[in-house]
Design a protein around this ligand. Structure first.
Ligand code: E4P
Length: 218
């Protein structure tokens, strides 16, 4: 399972990268705005800065909603750095753009997936990744993890190579349940990755080992 971090915060990206378990980064216009990154020039530079920190794929989202605009923007984003994955919204023009980039050999991430039908279309269009937003489904009393399970089943039925990128992950249990289902990737905040470390018995056990070691060396 690949671990992506879902942020535009460079310090958090550095911290996750330093752990040695990071496989990539996802961003979106809201995450950029949260870090105060606005304006095309600054956003472009920020993508390059992120690529220079991590080793894996970095999703960069188009803001056009028409095919020509998505293709123009996506090509410019992909040309920025070999790690860039063009992030395309799940809309009719987006499907056409996914197919276009797939034929061109440019990696894509189809975003804002909330149903199995959308997941099927993204795979048919040749998306590299597709992002079902599980946290946002949970927010409206709909089982986000169930969607991941259903997409896994459909993709396995036909051997679709599109990777299931579980997005809008909010906490460690989302990560663990996605791993049990077999999501290819998860993207979440730093806390959802670092939280996996925690167990009180580990802390108690380590304290005891260190105490006993120091006794033996007195
Ligand atoms: C995915 O790529 C999105 O950036 C993201 O996971 C959205 O998550 P949110 O629902 O926490 O905003």
């Amino acid at each position: 399972m690949k671990f992506f971090i879902d942020t535009a915060n460079l310090d958090q990206i550095r911290e996750a990268q330093a752990l040695g378990v990071l496989d990539g980064v996802t961003t979106n216009p809201s995450l950029m705005a949260k870090e105060g990154i606005t304006g095309e020039k600054n956003i472009i530079q920020h993508y390059v800065d992120i690529c220079n920190i991590v080793d894996g794929d970095v999703s960069a989202e188009v803001i056009s909603v028409d095919f020509d605009g998505m293709v123009r923007e996506g090509k410019a984003l992909a040309a920025l750095h070999p790690q860039i994955v063009v992030k395309i919204p799940m809309i009719e023009e987006g499907i056409k753009a996914l197919k276009y980039f797939s034929d061109e050999g440019i990696k894509t991430n189809c975003t804002l997936i909330f149903s199995t039908g959308q997941a099927l279309l993204a795979a048919k269009a040749g998306a590299t990744y597709m992002s079902p937003f599980i946290g946002r489904l949970d927010d409206i009393s709909t089982d986000g993890l169930n969607l991941i399970q259903e997409i896994r089943e459909i993709y396995d039925n036909y051997g679709f190579e599109t990777q299931i990128l579980a997005a809008s992950v909010r906490h460690t249990m989302h990560v663990i349940e996605c791993a049990k289902i077999g999501a290819d990737v998860m993207t979440g905040p730093l806390s959802s990755i670092k939280g996996l470390l925690n167990h009180p018995l580990t802390d108690i056990g380590l304290a005891k080992f260190l105490e006993d070691y120091s006794k033996g060396n007195q």
